[in-house]
Each structure stands twice: as structure tokens, then as C-alpha cells.
Design a protein around this ligand. Structure first.
Ligand code: DGY
Length: 346
């Protein structure tokens, strides 16, 4: 339980799902907190009901905050998402309604890059399948031809999206003496390319030449099914695909077909098109490593994300500018009339 002081001027905040106690304590110093400490998302109906009358919300990526939700919660001033990705938030609608929205950038990049490498290594060397085999008691001793995976060192790594996480994945490739290609909407500065030893190529070249393709693009209408049948067909039959970005970036049904038919060798996935449900047939495949969206799940990083979201929320509700404001337009211009703006927030 959290000590709650009540008072007419204290803003009310809903925490939609379990977060760290330390973050709740910070919120409770400034706000009256209604915390769902179950680690299960609220239903859409419960979410709206609990948000009504609240000025702040700490949301997780499993909560959808659409225009319809915002319309029914007119007291909301800030929605603070505990994630860097914010495809679960309708930022445009929030801006039009004068509601601040925030995310947690920067703190999870290294952790997610580390995990991307877990998947690259596990999917290339068949680690999970080998572990299952060992545990089953079927292993009768060493054999030259057992569990033959593919080398990673000296190969070509293709990074789609050289943003904060993509860059850290590239940096780690140096230890494996890899050739690094990248593609994306914009080319990185030459200095960065030199530092990372990464060469800019078009998407087609990257798919054709890479031994490992790893995805680090944000989910937008343009990147939905960024990898589908045509792209999988361009990849080498020995290639590995890794996705730690967002599920809908990959056409999961097309991936299941490609893995089943051996059109690519293997995949490592942390995210899914319709979480928590995998596409039909995915879990029956041996050549895929499946993680339950844990790319940023280290103790240190998840705590930082949770505290950062609490700090964004408290800032927004106590007249300061939230450090990670996604829609600064709400503090100025035509939207300002909806938001109570203090001099510190401008
Ligand atoms: C994010 O922050 O967007 C991750 O997917 C959740 O850790």
C-alpha cells in the first residue's frame, strides 16, 4: 500500500498496470495514486472507467490510448507511457485535445542492443533447440554432426534502421569482425559511419547481401510489413532474421512460411504482430527462437523506464515541462488553450 495524502489540489493519477514501488512512491509524493498492481492489462472498459476523473495516467504498451479513450476522459492532462515505442498512443489526437504524451527514450538502448545479440547468437547457433534436446534426456554424448549452426564472426550484418538501438547493435558487431551494412530513411553522418564501420545501402542490397538481418525501425504505416514475402525471398537461404522492434514490422504469416520452407535459415523474435498470440504454426518451428517481448527487460533498465515515466507525469502535473514530451505543440500555439500552461513549461 502507498501512503496517500489527500487534498483538494493534488492531481489524481492512474497507473494502469504493475510498475516499480519506487516510481509509485515518487508519484504519491505529488499526486493521489490509483495503482493497478496486478500485472494484467485493464480491459478497454475498465481503462476508461478508471481514467475518468484522473489528470494523469502511467500507461504500458499494452494499453491503447486512442482518440475515443481521450474523448471519454476529459480531465486527462498527461499520458506517460513506460516505453520508448508509442504506437499504442494516438499522439495526434492527444495534441488536438491538449493532452501531453511522453515516452522513455534513451534508457533502454544498450539493453535492447544486448538482447538483440542474444537473439542473433541463439538463432544462429540453435541454442534453444539444443537446450531442449539436452533437457529431454535424448543426448547420448558428443557427435561431430550435432546441432550445426552458422558462424557469426566474419559475416555480414544488415541493420534496418540505424537509430539509437541500431547504432548500439552495430557497435557490438565490431567484436565479431563483421561487415556491417545499414539501410533506412536517411543516411547517417559520415563520421558515425566511420566510427561504426557501417556502410549505407538500399534495402534490397542489404537483404540480398546480409547473413543476419536485424530490424530497428519504429512502427509506422510505412514500416508495417517492412519484411514480407518479397523481402524474405531476397534474403539468403542461410540468413537469420531478428526482430526486436515491433511485431507488425514483419508479416508473421509470411515469415512462418519462409521458415517452414527453408527460404531463410532461422529467426529470433522478441515481438509479434498480435501480442500475445503468435501466428499459426510459429511455435511449432524449430528454427526460430521466441522471446516474450523482453528486449529491455533488465532490472536496471526497467526500473529506469518506470522512474522516468513517473518523473514525466509528475513534471506535467506540477507545472514543469515533462522531460520527454512527445507533443510539445500542446504547450504553445492553438493547442495551448486546452492545456493549462505554466511559465516553466513554455
Ligand atoms: C519499448 O520501450 O518500446 C519496448 O518495446 C518495451 O520495452
Amino acid at each position: 500500500m502507498h501512503a496517500q495524502r489527500s487534498g483538494p489540489l493534488r492531481p489524481k493519477v492512474l497507473i494502469t498496470r504493475k510498475i516499480f514501488e519506487e516510481s509509485i512512491a515518487h508519484l504519491a509524493r505529488h499526486c493521489d495514486v490509483d495503482a493497478n498492481q496486478r500485472d494484467v492489462p485493464l480491459t478497454p472498459h475498465e481503462l476508461i472507467r478508471k481514467l475518468q476523473g484522473k489528470q494523469g495516467a502511467i500507461t504500458l504498451l499494452t494499453d491503447t490510448i486512442s482518440d475515443a479513450v481521450l474523448a471519454r476522459c476529459p480531465d486527462l492532462k498527461i499520458v506517460s507511457n513506460v516505453a520508448v515505442g508509442f504506437n499504442n498512443l494516438d499522439v495526434k489526437a492527444a495534441t488536438e485535445r491538449g493532452v501531453m504524451m511522453t515516452n522513455t527514450p534513451g534508457v533502454l538502448d544498450d539493453t535492447t542492443a544486448d538482447f538483440t545479440w542474444c537473439l542473433i547468437l541463439a538463432a544462429s547457433r540453435g541454442l534453444v533447440d539444443a537446450d531442449r534436446y539436452f533437457r529431454s534426456g535424448r543426448w547420448k554424448g558428443w557427435g561431430l554432426m550435432q546441432f550445426l549452426g552458422r558462424d557469426i564472426h566474419g559475416k555480414t550484418l544488415g541493420i534496418c534502421g540505424l537509430g539509437r538501438i541500431g547504432r548500439r547493435v552495430a557497435k557490438r558487431a565490431k567484436g565479431f569482425d563483421m561487415r556491417v551494412l545499414y539501410t533506412g530513411r536517411t543516411r547517417a553522418p559520415e563520421k558515425l559511419e566511420r566510427e561504426l564501420g557501417a556502410a549505407f545501402v538500399d534495402k534490397r542490397t542489404l537483404l540480398k547481401e546480409s547473413d543476419i538481418v536485424t530490424l530497428h525501425v519504429p512502427l509506422t504505416p510505412d514500416t508495417t510489413h517492412y519484411i514480407s514475402t518479397a523481402e524474405l525471398t531476397l534474403m539468403k537461404p542461410t540468413a537469420v532474421l531478428v526482430n526486436t522492434s515491433r511485431g507488425p514490422v514483419v508479416d508473421e504469416k509470411a515469415l512462418v512460411r519462409a521458415l517452414r520452407e527453408g527460404r531463410i535459415a532461422s529467426a529470433g523474435l522478441d515481438v509479434y504482430e498480435r501480442e500475445p498470440r503468435p501466428a499459426s504454426g510459429l511455435t511449432r518451428l524449430k528454427n526460430v527462437v521466441l522471446a516474450p517481448h523482453i528486449g529491455s527487460a533488465s532490472m536496471e533498465t526497467r526500473l529506469r523506464m518506470s522512474n522516468m515515466a513517473a518523473e514525466n507525469c509528475v513534471a506535467g502535473l506540477t507545472g514543469r515541462r515533462p522531460p520527454n514530451l512527445l507533443n510539445p505543440q500542446v504547450l504553445k500555439g492553438k493547442y495551448k488553450r486546452f492545456t493549462k500552461v505554466t511559465p516553466e513549461q513554455k
